[in-house]
Design a protein. Structure first.
Length: 250
């Protein structure tokens, strides 16, 4: 269990038995898993900018539209798809370091939380579902994102790159989030902005709600297997009763 999970568990001491819901019934525990980048925080284009500068730094520039298409994918897969296997192997670690150097300063000026995020997470928690941030972002990026979100009181657990060897579309981080929440796939829903989120959730057996705030189209998310697609988390909150989350545990 990670330190961040311990902190969340301390604020959720009333749910110490993972087989019981917050109301103390014998109903299966349920959880809603959230991607962060592009879903809760408007950060995808900061990542595009950072990768674009990183690739230029190592002498292998890549068009921004191609970078955007790969955002949210495991960084090793992103590098291979954009640079080719040989360059990715030779210069990939350097590119990652340069990406971090260019991305982290965005946290001071450019990143913002999407409308109604705190309200959505609070409402989901109020309904008895465990809220998990299911991200494979490295810890240094989480140190930027979590203060922006300011939703610690609503969280059951948080994953990071340390919790899975390979990020999305591999299902490892989704499975790690399920394990942290103490739920099975049939009693969870994922919310994400990229086809990689949808594919990872599907491979873990978890239904996924897609949001358009990461820049991927409704048809792309639907074709990847999203159970439903909404404009953003504010729209999800407005229609929560009629969503797959509204039916979760019913």
């Amino acid at each position: 269990m990670t330190d961040s999970t311990r902190a969340s568990d301390q604020s959720s001491s009333s749910s110490s038995d993972p087989t019981r819901d917050s109301a103390g019934s014998d109903a299966p525990t349920t959880a809603v898993l959230f991607d962060i980048d592009g879903t809760l925080v408007d950060s995808n284009y900061a990542h595009v900018d950072a990768w674009s500068k990183a690739f230029a730094d190592i002498g292998h520039p890549v068009d921004s539209w191609r970078i955007h298409r790969a955002i949210g994918k495991d960084s090793s897969l992103l590098l291979s798809s954009l640079l080719g296997d040989d360059v990715a192997e030779a210069r990939g670690e350097e590119a990652k370091e340069r990406h971090s150097a260019h991305y982290l300063p965005h946290g001071d000026t450019d990143l913002h939380v999407f409308d109604q995020v705190p309200e959505l997470l609070a409402e989901i928690g109020r309904r008895g579902h465990r809220v998990v941030l299911a991200t494979s972002a490295p810890e240094e990026e989480l140190e930027v994102l979590r203060p922006l979100l300011d939703v610690e009181g609503a969280l059951w657990a948080v994953t990071s790159s340390e919790d899975a060897e390979t990020a999305k579309p591999d299902p490892g981080i989704v499975q790690a989030a399920l394990d942290e929440a103490g739920v099975d796939a049939d009693h969870a829903v994922m919310v994400g902005d990229a086809v990689w989120d949808v594919e990872a959730a599907g491979r873990a057996g978890v239904a996924c709600v897609g949001v358009l705030t990461g820049g991927m189209s409704r048809s792309e998310l639907t074709e990847a297997g999203a159970a439903e697609v909404v404009d953003d988390v504010a729209a999800l909150l407005r229609g929560l009763d009629d969503s797959v989350i509204g039916r979760l545990g019913a």
